[in-house]
Write a protein that binds this ligand. Structure first.
Ligand code: MF3
Ligand code: CO
Length: 258
């Protein structure tokens, strides 16, 4: 069941979303060659708690860290580690959920580490383009299949593929609520968007094939062919005239901090 949020609930999700946006803004200077993904996890954990929120991924179905950190061919749910040191030319996704006053905000950013080539820059740009092409369609009365279709259409225009097994989602008290929001869809199908729905649109993009494998740790999802992957996500609310991104720094409309 899709839960329509009250204005008060939307304020609380916006507050949780701001915690996520601030954490991304503060972590950006640390995403450099030589740093371990465990160090980034520790920093993010502290940034979230300083805001009176909790990192909601920690312990979620047993997930062992405060933020998912996924490097290069890892598309999702990478586990931060002391042994994993970022190097020039890596692309690294931080996917963070903060819970504050009982409500969640969820976003993901893919960062370029040090000196990167066109191949890396292109992947990061495509994931963002997929997000913005999809979100630009969001308004009351539109069917979700139209929005989801725009993700895959944009990715395939660039010769990329999208995740099949993992999706975006509704959000609120729970990190994952109805509806599911795949990275592909059939126009004119699916639930009708209504004012007050809060959703996460999250393009997960593969450079080549979208076949995945889950590693022995039970979490880390990698592209089987070893190609690059990128992921970009925001929480948003459907408004009377369209949408508002809730994982942003302030009310100026600025919504990212890479
Ligand atoms: N943040 C992810 C999402 O975008 C969910 C991570 S689940 C966890 O939906 F268990 F890994 F934390
Ligand atoms: Co999400």
């Amino acid at each position: 069941m899709i839960h329509i949020k009250t204005p008060h609930e939307i304020d609380l999700i916006r507050e949780a979303g701001r915690v996520v946006a601030r954490a991304f803004e503060r972590i950006a200077p640390y995403v450099e060659p030589g740093v371990s993904t465990a160090f980034l996890n520790e920093k993010i954990d502290a940034f979230v708690r300083e805001e009176g929120a909790i990192p909601a991924e920690l312990g979620y179905y047993g997930y062992p860290a405060s933020v998912c950190i996924s490097v290069n061919e890892v598309i999702l749910h990478g586990i931060p580690s002391e042994r994993q040191i970022l190097r020039d030319g890596d692309i690294v996704t931080l996917d963070l959920v903060a819970k504050k006053n009982g409500y969640c905000g969820d976003a993901a950013r893919t960062y370029l580490v040090g000196i990167c080539g066109e191949r890396q820059k292109r992947m990061v740009a495509i994931a963002e383009e997929c997000f913005y092409n999809a979100v630009s369609l969001v308004k009351p009365g539109v069917r979700l299949g139209d929005v989801c279709h725009a993700i895959e259409e944009t990715a395939s225009k660039h010769g990329c593929t999208v995740a099949r097994e993992y999706t975006g989602h509704g959000i609120g008290r729970e990190m994952h609520e109805d509806p599911y929001i795949p990275c592909y869809g059939t126009p004119g199908t699916g639930p009708v968007l209504k004012e007050g729905m809060t959703i996460c649109i999250e393009p997960m993009i593969f450079e080549k094939k979208n076949a995945v494998r889950v590693m022995k740790d039970g979490w880390t999802v990698v592209a089987k062919d070893g190609g690059l992957t990128a992921h970009y996500e925001n929480t948003l609310v459907v408004t009377s005239g369209g949408y508002e991104i809730l994982t942003k720094l302030d009310d100026s409309g600025k919504d990212e901090a890479i």
